[in-house]
Design a protein. Structure first.
Length: 291
């Protein structure tokens, strides 16, 4: 597994320049450039080759607009965008393109809850969207992965597993954000949540976000806060042991933090937790030519 976050590169000329920062904090994975979909095929290939030469994994690209919009023209544009990202990412050897499911409420970002988001009709409609995204794509390096979120059916391990099996496509994967799967039912049982996640979904994980969560007791009603790793309830010893059993190039990103300093705290804590777990994040070894 490889660690990254905060540090990104938008142009091939910046790849050499980012290496000292990555090495200083035990990092070896970056996201794809933000304008990946606008890059030429040759630019994607050259970027990927240079990253491989430097032993930097390009971990993920994201499309965060609502795929379940009721505007069919807009939905078609977003499906086409994900398809374009997948094809560009594959030329770059980027591991995955990530989206959320979306919502019946036509907003961006698509995080609004709605009762229909848990219905069989909604699930079947999203299955068709996934199949349209993947239709006739021939990809060698990249998979399309879906991130769990509490506002849809795509939230807990077994139901996610059932959906992936229902789609039944070799290019569909799961983007693991274990924090996003914490609920009132498993808030104090994250070890069991992690075990269930890997029992059902371990074979499908293509990329990871590493975060932590804590309930705010000063708030009158239910409120969860995203906090620095180690300050919440997530059992990172168990999580890291499981992640280390997957691909040695599995991209693991920290995200959502307010400053570089907060990222550095998370990186340091993750290296410490990995050591306690008897595992480690893979650092750069230029010339190793990962696949």
């Amino acid at each position: 597994m490889r660690l990254g976050g905060f540090y990104s590169v938008q142009d091939i000329t910046e790849l050499d320049l980012i290496c000292p920062k990555l090495d200083a904090h035990g990092l070896s994975v970056i996201p794809a450039p933000y304008q990946l979909h606008r890059m030429s095929d040759d630019q994607c290939w050259e970027f990927g080759e240079k990253a491989q030469e430097l032993d930097i994994v390009i971990g993920e690209a994201g499309m965060w607009d609502n795929l379940m919009t009721t505007d069919r023209h807009v939905q078609e544009e977003r499906i086409l965008l994900v398809r374009t990202l997948l094809q560009k990412a594959d030329k770059m050897r980027c591991k995955t393109v990530v989206t959320l499911v979306g919502s019946s409420v036509d907003t961006n970002p698509p995080l609004t809850p709605h009762p229909d988001n848990y219905s069989r009709k909604f699930k079947n409609a999203f299955r068709e969207v996934v199949l349209r995204i993947l239709d006739k794509l021939d990809l060698r390096y990249t998979k399309y992965s879906i991130e769990p979120w509490h506002n849809t059916f795509f939230y807990q391990p077994e139901e996610i597993y059932n959906f992936i099996r229902q789609v039944d496509h070799p290019l569909l994967a799961f983007h693991l954000d274990q924090m996003n799967m914490i609920s009132q039912q498993n808030y104090f049982k994250t070890t069991g949540l992690i075990e269930d996640t890997f029992k059902f979904l371990g074979d499908y994980i293509s990329s990871v976000h590493l975060k932590d969560l804590r309930c705010d007791p000063s708030y009158m009603f239910l409120k969860y806060d995203e906090v620095l790793i180690g300050e919440g309830v997530l059992d990172y010893i168990t999580l890291l042991k499981h992640l280390a059993s997957l691909s040695m190039d599995l991209p693991c990103f920290c995200e959502h933090l307010q400053s570089e300093q907060e990222y550095l705290i998370n990186f340091s804590r993750l290296h410490e937790l990995a050591k306690k777990s008897g595992v480690e994040f893979r650092r750069r070894i230029p010339g190793s030519h990962f696949i």
